[in-house]
Structure formats: structure tokens, C-alpha cells
Design a protein around this ligand. Structure first.
Ligand SMILES: O=C(O)COP(=O)(O)O
Ligand SMILES: [Mg+2]
Length: 221
């Protein structure tokens, strides 16, 4: 019997790619560097801010420089938390689906805690997720399974269903031995068939019934 639902955030509950692209674009402009295409930056989302900045630096063939990387991460995160563009929106049907679920909900996101809390407050979602495990909550980030293990422990020990959108989420679920419900409209680049998952869904309207179907038997991942 499933006792909690654990959600990824970016690309799963919300489309944050326009905001992340705007932040990267401003950062690059401040550095006197050209912008990267939207689709390129969207494809860099999923591993957290340090991974995003590493990918941006590589895409522009910038030399590996840990001090510059740290500086760019810090500046990106400051802007991310302030969200001057306010471009991030829930995917269609998310709020109704969350309202319909009668299980404890938690977030397990590689987005840092500051921007996560600020976004939840802007969306009026702060009370929805009593448990938050964010990209800077623990020494490691997804796909290391520690974040998911932490979220499971904090929601009563499981069993859980993990809901995510990306290669990172599929690897995290597999390494944690947990079943994944895969949202197909996020930032995944790999064909669905190549990612381990219990079930997939294209629209949030389908999620409550999917959860009802899987919560009783809790089939193995
Ligand atoms: O911040 C990211 O890169 C991704 O965050 P997510 O784990 O919520 O998809
Ligand atoms: Mg995601």
C-alpha cells in the first residue's frame, strides 16, 4: 500500500525552462558571451544548477575554471530565487491532480532550496509539500538515490510512488529501487522505452487514476 507520493519539480510539476533560459541568457550577457538557444538550455535541465552551469560553459567552449564555475552558479542562483521574469508555470492540470490526491506529498528536486521555496510561495503551493528535499539539501544530488531515500524516510518510510520527467529521475528511481511514474511532456531526451518506469502519463488529468491503480498492489519497479 503506497503511503506517499514524491515529486520531481522542474519538467514534472512546472515548466521552468523559460525562466532558466532567461537566467542563463542574462548571465552570459553579463559575461559578454552570446546567448544559447532555448532548446539547448532546456536540454541542460535536470541535474541541478552546478550541472547546468557546467553544460553551459562546455557549450561555449569556456575553459574549465572551478572559481568561475562557482561564481556563475552563485550569480545564477541569486537571480533564480528573485525570479524577476516570473516565467515558471504549472503544467496543465497539475493543481487539480494534486487536489485530488489524498496521500502525503513530498518534493525531491535538484532545484536549490531557495528558488524552490520562492517558487512554491509564488504559486501558493508552500503548504502542499510538507517534505522538501532539494538540490542543495544533501551532499549529493539526483541521480544519487540519497535524496529519494531521504524523502521516503521523511514521509514515513514508504512504499512510495516517485513522479518525474527525466533520465535523472529514472536513474534515481532505479538506483533507489522505487517505482517511477514518468511524465512525458517534460525535459526527457531519451525515448520512453529506454527509461525504466512503472507507467507513463502525458497529461496530469490522468495521474489520480494512475495512482489509484498502482497504490494498492505496489508492483515492483
Ligand atoms: O534544477 C534542475 O536542474 C532540475 O530540477 P528537477 O530535479 O526538479 O527536475
Ligand atoms: Mg525534472
Amino acid at each position: 500500500m503506497v503511503s506517499a507520493l514524491i515529486f520531481d519539480l522542474d519538467g514534472t510539476l512546472v515548466d521552468s525552462a523559460p525562466e532558466i533560459h532567461a537566467g542563463v541568457t542574462q548571465l552570459l550577457a553579463e559575461e559578454g558571451l552570446p546567448p544559447l538557444p532555448f532548446a539547448t538550455v532546456r536540454g541542460f535541465i535536470g541535474g541541478g544548477v552546478p550541472t547546468l552551469i557546467t553544460r553551459v560553459m562546455r557549450a561555449l567552449a569556456l575553459p574549465e575554471d572551478p572559481a568561475r564555475h562557482a561564481d556563475l552558479c552563485a550569480r545564477f542562483e541569486r537571480r533564480y530565487e528573485d525570479s524577476p521574469d516570473d516565467l515558471t508555470r504549472p503544467y496543465p492540470g497539475v493543481e487539480a491532480a494534486l487536489d485530488a490526491l489524498d496521500l502525503p506529498l513530498a518534493l525531491c528536486t535538484n532545484k536549490p532550496e531557495g528558488p524552490t521555496r520562492a517558487l512554491l510561495a509564488r504559486l501558493g503551493w508552500s503548504a502542499r509539500f510538507p517534505v522538501l528535499v532539494c538540490g542543495d539539501s544533501l551532499p549529493s544530488r539526483k541521480p544519487d538515490p540519497a535524496m529519494l531515500h531521504h524523502a521516503i524516510a521523511a514521509t514515513g518510510g514508504g512504499p512510495v510512488l516517485f513522479v518525474g520527467d527525466s533520465e535523472v529521475d529514472a536513474e534515481t528511481a532505479a538506483r533507489a529501487g522505487q517505482p517511477l511514474l514518468l511524465y512525458t511532456q517534460g525535459y526527457r531526451k531519451t525515448p520512453l522505452a529506454d527509461l525504466p518506469h512503472l507507467a507513463a502519463f502525458d497529461h496530469w488529468d490522468a495521474l489520480p487514476a494512475l495512482v489509484s491503480h498502482h497504490r494498492k498492489g505496489h508492483p515492483p519497479a
